[in-house]
Design a protein. Structure first.
Lengths: 353, 283
C-alpha cells in the first residue's frame, strides 16, 4: 500500500513537472473519437513566444486521433511527414513522437529534398514573421485536416538581420568612399592625383559584382544558414568581370603613354561610357547597361527566393560578348589620337643657308 | 489492488537524474518508474531528440548512459551543444526506441558544454597566435604580403576551430576538405606571388629617374591606389567573410563548414586576379 501511494505521488509530481514543458495556454486535448487524425495545436519551446519558430527550432504538433494516423504508418513514427502551407517537407523526420499525448516533434531544418519549399516559405519576406498553416500526413501527398493556420514562421531572424543591415551600410559607405577618394576603380595613371583619375568601366564592373555577391552571400547565410548559395553562373559572371578588368589593365599597360585629357575624370557616367575620342561608345554603353540589368535581376532573385540566380548560358555569353567587344575596341583606342589639347608639331628645321 | 495493477501496467516515466550536472565523457543516470521494457533497446533523449549508440547499464529503477560522441549521434550532439558558451539546461528523456520517449519530468538538467580551463586555454592560444601574427609581420618579412597573411589567418582559424570542437565533443577527425582547400588556395596564392616577385626584374635606372622627377606629393597616393586596391580589397574581403562564416559555423554547429565549389571558386578567382594584377604592377 505504501509502495502504491509512493508511486501515485511520484506520478503526480512527474505529471505536473512534465506539464510545465508545455505552453500554459495550450488547449486541452480533444477526446479521441476514432475518426481521422486532426491537428489542433502546434507550438515551439520558446517561453516568451510559443506560437513562433524558425529554422533550427523544435516544434511540437498536437494531434487528435493520433493512433489512427500511427496505425496508417504501421507504427513507424519517422514516416510521418510535416506540412507547412500545404507543402510537404520531404526528408524531415520527426525527432520523436508521443503516442499517449498525440504529440509529434520536429526540428525545423533544411533538407536537400525540401530546399525549394524552404525558399518558398522564407523568400519574398514582408516582415520578420509569416503566418503559415501546419499539418502532418502519412505520406508526402496527403495531409490531415488542421486548425493551425496562424503559426508564425520566423522568416528573418531579427538579431542577424540588424547585424547585416549595420554591416551592409558600413561596408557600402566605406566602399563608396574608397571609390570616390582613391583610384580603386579608376585608371591608374602616374602623374594624375587619384581623385582626378578617370573611372574604369572594367574595374567598376568587377567591383559591382564583387560587392553584390558578398552582400548577398552574407544576407542569405544570416537568414537561413546556407553556405552553398553561390551558383556556377554567378561564378561565371565574376570570372567575366575579373577577366575583363585584367584584360583592360594589360591593354592599358601596353600603351606608350596616357595623355592627361583621357586620364582625367569628367564624371563617373562620362568616364565609363566614353572611349579615347571622348564620345559615348555603344560597346561601353551595352556593357554598362547589361551589368545593371543583371544586377537588378540578381537583387530581385536574392530577395524573392533567397538564392542567387542561375543565369542561362545565353546570358553569360551575352556578357562575355559585351566584355570581349569592350576589350576589342579598347585596343585601337591606344593608337587613337588624343582628344585633348595636343602639342603643336615641331617647326621644320631652317633651310640651310 | 486493481489500481496497483494498472499502475504496474502503465508505461515508464523518467522521474529525475542522479548527477547534478551532465557532460560529454561522464555518466548520466536516470531514475525511472514503471516498466521500461528491454534494457538493450532503451534510448536516451536529450532535448527530445534520440541519442543513439550510447553504452547503457540498467539497475533497479535506474538507467545509466555513458555520454559520448560517435558517428551515429554526432549530428544530434552538435545541435544540442552548439551555440552555447559554458553550460545550458536540457530536457532528459528515455524511450523504448528512438521514436517514442516515455514521459519525463526532467526539463532543466544542467549540461556542461566545455570545461572552463579548456575555454581559458583556447582563448589564450588564440590571443597568442594573433599577437604572434602581428609581431611576425612587423618584425620580419615572413608575412610581408597579403597572400601570406591569408595563409596565416586560415591556419589560426582552423587550428582554433579544431581545438574548440575537440574540447567540446572530443572528436579528433574534424578537419574536412574545405579546410584543406582554403589552406591550399592561400598557399598557392602565396607561392604564385613569391614566384612573380622572384621573377621580376627592376630597371634601376628608370626607378632612379622616376624618383628624381617626382615630388613628395604625387608619389605616395599613386603607388598605393590603382588596381592594387581593388584586387587586394576583393581577396581580403572574401577571406574575412569566409573566416567569419567559418568561425560562426564551428561555434553554432560544432563542425567545420562545407563550402561549395563555387564559393571556393570565388576565392580562387580573387586569388588569380590578385596574381594577375601583381604582374603589370611589379613591372
Amino acid at each position: 500500500m505504501r509502495k502504491t501511494f509512493a508511486s501515485l505521488v511520484s506520478l503526480l509530481i512527474a505529471s505536473v513537472a512534465f506539464a510545465q514543458a508545455e505552453p500554459p495556454d495550450a488547449p486541452p486535448r480533444p477526446a479521441d473519437n476514432g475518426g481521422p487524425a486532426h491537428v489542433y495545436y502546434a507550438h515551439s519551446y520558446y517561453k516568451d513566444h510559443y506560437n513562433r519558430a524558425g529554422l533550427g527550432d523544435l516544434i511540437s504538433v498536437h494531434v487528435q486521433n493520433f493512433n489512427t494516423l500511427l496505425a496508417e504508418v504501421d507504427g513507424n513514427c519517422s514516416a510521418i511527414v510535416l506540412f507547412m502551407n500545404g507543402m510537404a517537407l520531404k526528408g524531415l523526420k520527426p525527432e520523436s513522437c508521443d503516442a499517449l499525448s498525440g504529440h509529434v516533434r520536429y526540428r525545423l531544418r533544411r533538407t536537400e529534398d525540401a530546399d525549394a519549399i524552404w525558399h518558398e516559405l522564407l523568400g519574398h519576406p514582408k516582415g520578420f514573421t509569416r503566418d503559415i498553416s501546419i499539418s502532418i500526413g502519412k505520406d508526402t501527398q496527403f495531409s490531415v485536416t488542421s486548425s493551425v493556420t496562424d503559426f508564425q514562421l520566423e522568416v528573418i531572424p531579427k538579431p542577424p538581420f540588424f547585424i547585416f543591415v549595420g554591416l551592409f551600410i558600413a561596408a557600402l559607405v566605406l566602399f563608396l568612399a574608397l571609390c570616390r577618394r582613391t583610384s580603386l576603380i579608376r585608371n591608374n595613371v602616374p602623374g594624375v592625383a587619384p581623385q582626378q583619375q578617370a573611372f574604369s568601366l572594367a574595374l567598376w564592373q568587377m567591383s559591382f559584382w564583387f560587392f553584390l555577391v558578398v552582400a548577398a552571400y552574407v544576407f542569405i547565410w544570416l537568414i537561413n544558414d546556407e553556405l552553398d548559395t553561390v551558383t556556377e553562373s554567378v561564378l561565371g559572371l565574376i570570372g567575366i568581370g575579373s577577366a575583363t578588368a585584367i584584360g583592360a589593365v594589360f591593354i592599358d599597360q601596353g600603351k606608350a603613354s596616357l595623355d592627361a585629357a583621357t586620364a582625367t575624370s569628367r564624371g563617373f557616367i562620362r568616364d565609363v561610357l566614353s572611349d579615347a575620342s571622348g564620345g559615348i561608345s555603344i560597346h561601353r554603353f551595352q556593357m554598362f547597361v547589361w551589368t545593371l540589368v543583371l544586377g537588378v535581376i540578381f537583387i530581385a532573385s536574392v530577395y524573392n527566393n533567397l538564392e542567387m540566380p542561375e543565369f542561362s548560358a545565353g546570358l553569360l555569353g551575352l556578357m562575355g560578348i559585351s566584355s570581349g567587344t569592350y576589350l576589342g575596341f579598347k585596343v585601337p583606342e591606344n593608337s587613337a589620337p588624343a582628344a585633348g589639347p595636343t602639342t603643336p608639331p615641331a617647326a621644320p628645321p631652317p633651310p640651310p643657308a | 489492488m486493481l489500481f496497483a495493477i494498472s499502475l504496474h501496467a502503465a508505461p515508464a516515466r523518467v522521474l529525475s537524474v542522479v548527477e547534478p550536472d551532465a557532460a560529454i565523457g561522464q555518466t548520466l543516470t536516470l531514475r525511472v518508474d514503471g516498466d521500461t521494457g528491454a534494457c538493450k533497446s532503451l534510448v536516451l533523449f536529450i532535448q527530445r531528440s534520440p541519442i543513439q549508440a550510447l553504452t547503457k547499464r540498467c539497475g533497479s529503477g535506474t538507467v545509466a548512459f555513458d555520454l559520448a560522441v560517435n558517428d551515429k549521434n554526432a549530428e544530434k550532439w552538435h545541435r544540442i551543444l552548439g551555440g552555447h558558451l559554458f553550460t545550458r539546461t536540457v530536457t532528459v528523456g528515455l524511450g523504448p526506441n528512438d521514436q517514442m520517449p516515455f514521459v519525463s519530468s526532467v526539463t532543466d538538467q544542467p549540461f556542461r558544454i566545455i570545461k572552463p580551463w579548456h575555454a581559458v586555454l583556447i582563448t589564450i592560444i588564440t590571443i597568442v597566435l594573433l599577437v604572434g601574427m602581428v609581431l611576425v609581420r612587423r618584425l620580419t618579412s615572413a608575412l610581408d604580403s597579403l597572400a601570406r597573411m591569408q595563409v596565416a589567418l586560415w591556419i589560426v582559424v582552423i587550428a582554433v576551430s579544431y581545438a574548440y570542437i575537440w574540447s567540446v565533443t572530443g572528436e579528433t577527425s574534424t578537419i574536412n576538405a574545405t579546410a584543406l582547400a582554403l589552406l591550399a588556395i592561400g598557399a598557392g596564392t602565396a607561392a604564385g606571388a613569391a614566384i612573380l616577385k622572384g621573377g621580376t626584374t627592376v630597371d634601376a635606372k628608370g626607378v632612379v629617374q622616376t624618383l628624381a622627377n617626382a615630388s613628395a606629393n604625387d608619389v605616395s597616393p599613386i603607388e598605393i591606389s590603382g588596381p592594387t586596391g581593388l584586387h587586394a580589397l576583393m581577396i581580403a574581403s572574401w577571406t574575412v567573410v569566409l573566416a567569419i562564416v567559418f568561425i560562426a559555423t564551428v561555434f553554432r554547429f560544432l563542425q567545420m563548414p562545407d563550402f561549395s565549389g563555387p564559393v571556393l571558386g570565388i576565392l580562387g578567382i580573387s586569388a588569380g586576379t590578385y596574381l594577375a594584377f601583381s604582374m603589370p604592377q611589379r613591372h
